[in-house]
Design a protein around this ligand. Sequence first.
Ligand code: ADP
Length: 384
Amino acid sequence: MPLIIVRNDITKMKVDAIVNAANKSLLGGGGVDGAIHRAAGPRLLEECRRLGGCETGEARITRGYELPAKFVIHAVGPIWRGGFFGEKEKLASCYRNSLKIAEENGLESIAFPLISSGVYGYPKEKALRVAEDTIREFLAETEADMTVYLVIFDRASLDIGKKRFKEIEEFVGDRYAKSHGDSASYFAKRRESLNRPEYSYSLNNSMLDGANKEVEECCEDASASIALNAEAAFDSAGAAPTPAKPKASANAKPSGAAPSISNIGRTIDELLDESFSDMLLRKIDERGMTDSECYKKANIDRKLFSKIRSDRLYKPSKPTVIAFAIALELDLNETNNMLMKAGFALSHSNKFDLIIEYFIKRGMYDVFEINEALFAFDQQLLGA
Ligand code: ADP
């Protein structure tokens, strides 16, 4: 039941339903609405005519016709008028109602654009926050197995904030440069990639190698999407680092090198023999979490969790291990221990690893926040 952020044209998504940022007439318009009607063909407009419009905050379902998606859910977002006219609640209601319709119709995958963030003028960063919060809330509560895609059309939509971006850039740059001995060229390359026009940027091979099959299937134009599943091969180049001493954090639960109570009585051999799956289940117990609390917090699909649970020798991908380490709020030491169980390590010669280190060192354990940063730096995301 994960939330996956992709960069793509929503009309290319092979999902059960795509959501249209429609207007109240439901008779088509510009932006994503126009693109969806063009791709779906005239029969979509015919069906929309029969619906007789839709109120702001509500949604209606039609078939997808020529689209790769089976259905279109038309949601009417609010026009931004400074935020004083209930825009936030109406926007959240668009997402909730669309998800409800998808659930009622037994749909398993749904892709949203950033509703209201175009012609309707809702500030993109705020619109993204509402979208993410509402989808996360829904996913945490629903029993349905649903994968939700948030389709970001342009880089500006996913703005993690200048201050955070700069901080991460410096953190990564310093360490990455030390490990590569060439900081000037790192920043030059980074600036170059940021200046590339919308849509013309493509992914490097290691990211495409890491793309998940399911996501690839949903995103016809794989080069225009950042595909982000954990269960793919992942570039884990680089030597194992010396684990940094964990910093205490306000949020972090007690963890770290000190043996936990449940470790007392275990022999060293037992701990060495412990597989990734064993360690994960032990940590979940030690944290007093339920399985579903853990995999939902990790943004990991229930089916994948079941596989890991039932196969003690399951070989997870690196992002999967990290997603669980984040959900369990492990410090850097323990994260490396968990990674080692699966044959991986965090390295300073890998930007993805450095971004993870940045968040863990600060005791920031929100997978979605981390994913926003990974997305901004064109890295593979956690979870799914
Ligand atoms: P609204 O009127 O609700 O603001 P718009 O269509 O103008 O709707 O824009 C909503 C969002 O959809 C914007 O962030 C825009 O960048 C994005 N968008 C436009 N075309 C597409 C597309 N083909 N696929 C995905 N997102 C799109």
